[in-house]
Write a protein that binds this ligand. Sequence first.
Ligand code: ZN
Length: 468
Amino acid sequence: MRSSSCFSQRVRAGAAAGLLMFSLHAGAQTRDWVVTGTIVTADRVFADGALSISGDKITAVGERAALPGNAAVTKLDGIVLPGFIDLHNHLTWNVHPRWIPNRKFSNRYEWQNTAEYDRVLAGPHAALGGAICEAEIFGEVKALIGGATSVVGSLTPDKLGCSRGLLRNLDVDSGLGPAPAAGEACQKNPKAPQALFDLVVNDVFPLEIDYERMNFLRCALGSGAMRSLVVHLSEGADASARREFRMLNKTGLIMPGLVVVHGTALRAEDFQVMGEKKAGLVWSPRSNDELYGESSNIAAALQQNVAVAIAPDWSPTGSAGMLQEIGYAGRRYKNVTPEQLIAMGTSAPARMARLDDRIGALAPGLMADFIVLHGDKDKPHLAAVRATPADVQLVVVGGRPMYGDAPVMARLLPGVKLESLVVCGAKKSLYLGDSAAAAPRRSFADIQSKLAAVLAKAGASLAGFECN
Ligand SMILES: [Zn+2]
C-alpha cells in the first residue's frame, strides 16, 4: 500500500495533537510522528512525501499532501530510504585502521597465515581483552554512521550487554521477535540441545561445523524455524576457494535462507546451483579487490537469478560502513546501476535473509528503520550512492532516532543526553540510549579513549570514521 490515501486515522490523530516527543524507555516509545522528504520506496518515489511512524513501526507512506495541515511534522527535506541491512561484518575488528598489504592473495587462509596479519590485526585484536565491549559499541557506532540499521557479525549473547540498544544485531539481538523455538523436531540429542540465539545464524567457517550441529542447522533452516544462515564461503580466487562451494553443497545446506558471503571464486555453474536452490549472495567488493585483486562475478550471479546484497565485510580491508561500500561499488563498478546498489543494501538482503516481512522497505507494518540523506532529490538513488557519512541527516532504528545531524537530533530528542562527534567535517549527535554503553554513564569519548589506550599498549592505534 503506497498510495496517498494510506495515512491511517491513528496517525492523523497523533499529528493533530502535535505529538513529537519521545518516550525513550525501552518498548515505551508509543507516540506517533511524521517525517517529510523525498521518500524512496521499492517501486516508486514520492518527491513530496511523508512517512508516518507509530511506536517502532511504519504506519503509512505516501504524498505529503494527504496529511491534514498542522505543524506537528518533522520536515527534514531530505532523501528518505530504508535503513541499510549489513549481512557481512565483523564489528569488533572495526577498531583497527586500514590494512594495505603489499601483495594480493589467493584465498583467505593465505593472508590469515601471514606474520603481517598477526602483527597488524590479529595481535592488536587479541589484546583488546577487557575492552572488547567497547570495541563492539565502537563498531556499532561506525555502522550507524554509515547508515546501517541492521547488522550481522556481533559478539555472542554472553557479551550482549555490550551493545543492546544501538542497532539491530540480527544474529544475536534483532528485536524482531522472540528467537525461534529452535524447531523442537530438529533437536536430535536432548542431552546437548542446540541453540539458536536469534532469527539469523552467522557462521564464518561453515566447513568446521560438527556433524550434530550441521544436522541441526539444515533441519532448522529447512523447516523455517531459523530464518537464515549466513556463511563465509569461497573467499579468494583459486581452486581451493571454489572447492568450498562443492563441499558445502554436499552437506545439503544450500537452500532458501542460505546466504553465501563472498563467493569470489564461484563461476556461472555454481551460481546456477545457487539460483535453482534460491540461496543468496553477499558481495563485498572493496575487501575482495584489496585482498585478491578481483571480486565476485556479480553479472554471472544475477544472470542465474541469484539475489545479490552488498556489505562492507570490515573496515581494515573493506569499507567503514554500508554507505561507503555502496559508494565504492558505484565508483568502481559502473555496470551496476544506483537503483540496483540501493536495492542491494536494503530490499535484497531483507529478502535473502527472509526478513522482508519486518525490515528492508518503507511500507506500512514494517519496522520503522530508515535513514535520511542530504542530496539531489531529483536523483535520489544516485545521490545516495554518491553520499558520504557527512550527508547522513538521520538514522532511525525501530522508530527511535539514534544518530544524525546535531540540530536534527536536538530537535527530535529535546532534553535528552546526546553524544557529540564530528564525522567527515560535519557535526553529528549520537544517542547511546539505554544500551549498556550508557548504563555506566560512559560517554562515547570515554569509550574511544579506553580503546585508544588499550590499542596503544599493543603498538596499534584506533581507527577513525572514513568518509568513503
Ligand atoms: Zn567476513
